[in-house]
Design a protein around this ligand. Structure first.
Ligand code: ZN
Length: 829
């Protein structure tokens, strides 16, 4: 018989807690049965480091990239909605290779009716058997519209014709002789194309016609033949432009002369070189004032823009812009533009933030756009590098949200009556932060967008979340918080983040939300803010004005943090696993120092507390033979095997006396030992965070690194030691791991109700909103007062109403308010 007196652990006080959470399925599989090693190193997937890209994630000693400079003359033909351009391209071959041909991107070819993109378009029309008129309009327009790039000539610098061959959106230019490493080649291209009408064919470029006044806003992008990228990783990146995967481009300097109707205001990538020729004295004076203003200043006021809309001119003006170290160039032009600006310093760099928008954008745009630009530059520069360019521009027009170097296009507008919903307001601020933020990724940290959408969208959305949260308390961010990604992580039709842009399912969640959330989790839960921020900034510093690939990001983040994150990249970026960790089982223990008599009494009580089995209960009433014949009973009918003997008592006493002082201390220990067992239901390995609640209501948090799953990714456990009994355990209490099922996160179990949202699909900005309801109420009141004049004219509500700028005949009151607003916006004007 074992000595019952030795120091031992037993399930005594915590017997009641030996209940497990309901375990699902089979006994846990182990490695023998082929379990995947979630901590296997990524070397077998990532490209082998070389002299161009180092193993630590930085550019290698032989890193190279091509350089392409452009001088472009472009004319907008407003009557025909056409672009006519001619350009000189200087291509510098900085690769170690000799090139016999160059590939040029002709992105407008996307709009050819026989483009790959059009031929690949889904045949689905409408929803069920319903389609909108505008949808049919759009389908028919795509059939007939030919927006392809018409190439008029391609020559070398001496005007010798060059052979070309066009493959959908790519054109090959055959060089007269191989362009050797270190050599430069100049060529000239003349082209034209028809601009798409965004009413029928939307996208990243196009014009928007305002039927009311017959004027258009042109947002012009992907508009000039430009070099495809040639890189150490892909060679020529000439994967065709199918519409979703964006652009892979080379850095260079641009000089662009834009000829537009003389009454247009032109906004573009780069710095305006000839303000004396295109701006009025007054506009130049205001622009000077704006540079040092502490609030946005009008350069063109709403009234001036409205005046401008009234008639058109046959005259033209040429705006000249110069931009250095950019990978692209875009511009916007219209006679409808209001223009405001404010100077801003990003450490040593003097920047001017500017917004261009029609009166239809008011009152939202003058209130938020330029502020949002400056806010973005502040926050992003802190997490990456100082914004290096001289201007940062946000334009309102037909494009919902699209980024280019120094300039971006953003769609949200209030309703026609000037009211707007909170969704419209936050959509506007959000999209401006996002698109201005793209200056950092991918305009400066020049990732390959055509291949990897997440490298710009994901990283940018992550910083966008940080910037939103610094805009105002409880900003309604749509992406970034782990719990917001749960519905996507639960969904079944998804592909890993590491999927080519064109093959992505659920584009928004995949390329934006999931990588942004993953980085947020990496920052908050896995590395901590300080360590993450250091590494993220190092990545931005290393790859600023260079071309990183996914491995460069993964490797840098490990290199700068002293953390092996291969399991994290593998789980979040290479699989569709989700996080669902279950708190499966809790065993409680404490040191057993009961005497033999106490043990016997406990066991007796326990037995007696148990209900008899059903048969025993029924058999009790049966007549027993041993009762009929008492002589059948003997010693064993009386014997109690659990009864403690004197011998046992003496042995217990003896063992106590023989204990050392240290052993006595251990025996006196009153700590609770809890073994928590976890099960990985979702497959994604993640840190385990548990909140313990003691009997007295106090709590304690334990955080176990994801390496808890390193031997067995399906089940792991941990030991928790506390002085006080624990009454409650909660897994992931701060909802920081995107755990998709919280029903298995509690002990004792708690059911968390599942919620679903009901929503109506509506065009953004068109929804009814509290502002428009207040306005209607006010109008009704005013109408009533007009009938029966009140002695006390109301003032409170009207003061708060933004005036719709497009309503004709401003009353005296409205004029007064306009003036007030103008003063707020332009302290110097
Ligand atoms: Zn984006």
């Amino acid at each position: 018989m074992n000595s019952p007196f030795a120091l031992r652990f037993a399930c005594s006080i915590v017997l009641a807690w030996l209940i497990s959470q309901p375990a699902l399925g089979q006994p846990f599989p182990n490695r023998k049965y082929g379990q995947e090693d979630k901590f296997r190193q990524l070397e077998e997937i990532l490209p082998t480091p070389n002299s161009y890209r180092a193993a630590n994630g930085e550019p290698g000693p032989d890193y190279w990239q091509q350089r392409v400079d452009y001088t472009i003359d472009v004319r907008l033909d407003e009557s025909q909605n056409q672009i006519h351009g001619s350009e000189t391209i200087r291509y510098r071959n900085q690769s170690p290779h000799a090139l016999r041909y160059l590939w040029i991107q002709l992105d407008p070819n996307l709009f050819a009716s026989d483009s790959d993109a059009n031929r690949l378009r889904s045949g689905r029309i409408g929803f069920g058997n319903r389609a909108t008129m505008s949808e049919i309009d759009s389908i028919l327009e795509r059939q007939s519209f030919d927006g392809r790039c018409v190439i008029e000539s391609v020559t070398d610098a001496q005007a010798n014709r060059l052979e070309t061959f066009t493959v959908d959106t790519m054109m090959r230019i055959d060089l007269p002789e191989p362009l050797l490493s270190g050599q430069e080649f100049s060529m000239k291209i003349k082209w034209s194309y028809r601009i798409n009408d965004s009413k029928y064919i939307g996208g990243r470029t196009g014009f928007e016609m305002f039927e009311k006044d017959g004027n258009a806003i042109y947002e012009i992008a992907q508009w000039f033949p430009r070099l495809a990228a040639f890189t150490d990783v892909t060679g020529w990146q000439h994967k065709q432009y199918l519409g979703q995967g964006e652009f892979t481009l080379e850095f260079g300097d641009y000089l662009v002369r834009i000829t537009a109707p003389a009454d247009h205001i032109v906004a573009a990538t780069g710095e305006l070189q000839n303000p004396n020729e295109v701006l009025t004295d007054e506009q130049r004076k205001r622009l000077e004032q704006a540079r040092t203003a502490d609030k946005p200043v009008w350069i063109v006021t709403p009234e001036e823009a409205k005046e401008n809309e009234k008639e058109k001119t046959e005259q033209t003006k040429t705006w000249i812009f110069r931009a250095e170290a950019v990978r692209d160039f875009a511009f916007a032009t219209s006679r409808k533009f209001i223009w405001d600006a404010q100077g801003h310093r990003v450490n040593d760099n003097q920047v001017i933030a500017m917004s261009y928008y029609p009166n239809e954008g008011e009152p939202l745009w003058s209130k938020y756009s330029t502020h949002a630009i400056i806010h973005t530059l502040n926050v992003y520069s802190r997490y990456t590098f100082d914004y290096p360019y001289p201007v940062a521009i946000s334009v309102n027009g037909p494009v919902g949200g699209m980024e280019y170097p120094m300039i971006c296009f953003n769609g949200p507008r209030p309703r026609e009556d000037g009211t707007y919903s909170s969704a419209t307001k936050y959509d506007l601020i959000t999209v401006i932060i996002h698109e201005v933020g793209h200056n950092y990724f991918p305009m400066i940290v020049n990732s390959d967008e055509r291949q990897w959408s997440w490298m710009d969208e994901g990283l940018n959305t992550f910083l966008q979340y940080l910037a939103e949260q610094e805009w105002e308390q409880d900003y309604p961010s749509q992406r970034g918080e782990p719990e917001l990604i749960v519905p996507y992580m639960q969904s079944t039709n998804q592909v890993p983040i590491m999927t080519n842009s064109e093959s992505i399912m659920q584009f928004g969640p995949n390329a934006y939300s999931k990588p942004a959330t993953a980085l947020n989790i990496l920052r908050e839960t896995i590395l901590g803010r300080e360590l993450f921020d250091f590494a993220f900034k190092e990545y931005a510093r290393r790859w600023k004005f260079k071309r990183p690939m996914p491995a460069d990001f993964f490797r840098t983040m490990e290199d700068a943090t002293a953390r092996d994150l291969d399991w994290f990249w593998r789980g979040w970026f290479y699989t569709t696993d989700h996080c669902d960790i279950a708190l499966d089982k809790i065993d409680g223990y404490m040191v057993d120092r009961r005497t033999p008599d106490e043990i016997a009494a406990d066991e007796k009580n326990k037995k007696e507390a148990q209900l008899p089995t059903l048969s025993k209960k029924r058999n009790k009433e049966l007549v027993k033979r041993a009762d009929q014949f008492p002589e059948l009973k003997d010693f064993y009918n009386q014997y109690d095997p659990r009864a403690v003997t004197d011998e046992q008592r003496a042995a217990y006493q003896k063992s106590l006396e023989q204990m050392t002082e240290h052993e006595k201390e251990l025996l006196a220990n009153t700590d609770r030992f809890y073994r928590l067992q976890f099960r990985n239901v979702g497959g994604l390995v993640m840190p385990i965070i548990v909140l313990l609640t003691h009997e007295d209501g106090s709590t304690k948090e334990i955080r176990i690194p994801a390496e808890a799953w390193r031997v067995d990714a399906t089940v792991c456990d941990t030991l928790v030691i506390t002085a006080e009994p624990i009454v409650k355990f909660e897994l992931d209490p701060y909802r920081e791991t995107a755990d998709i099922n919280r029903d298995n996160n509690h002990f004792p179990p708690v059911l968390e109700p599942t919620r679903f949202q009901l929503f109506k699909s509506q065009r953004r900005g068109s929804e009814d909103n509290p502002m428009s309801r207040a306005k209607r109420a006010q109008e009704a009141k005013e109408a009533k007062e007009a009938k029966e004049p009140s002695k006390e004219p109301s003032k409170e509500v009207t003061d708060k109403q933004p005036q719709a700028p497009d309503q004709g005949g401003l009353g005296a009151k409205k004029k007064q308010e306009k003036k007030k607003k103008k003063r707020q916006l332009s302290p110097g004007v």
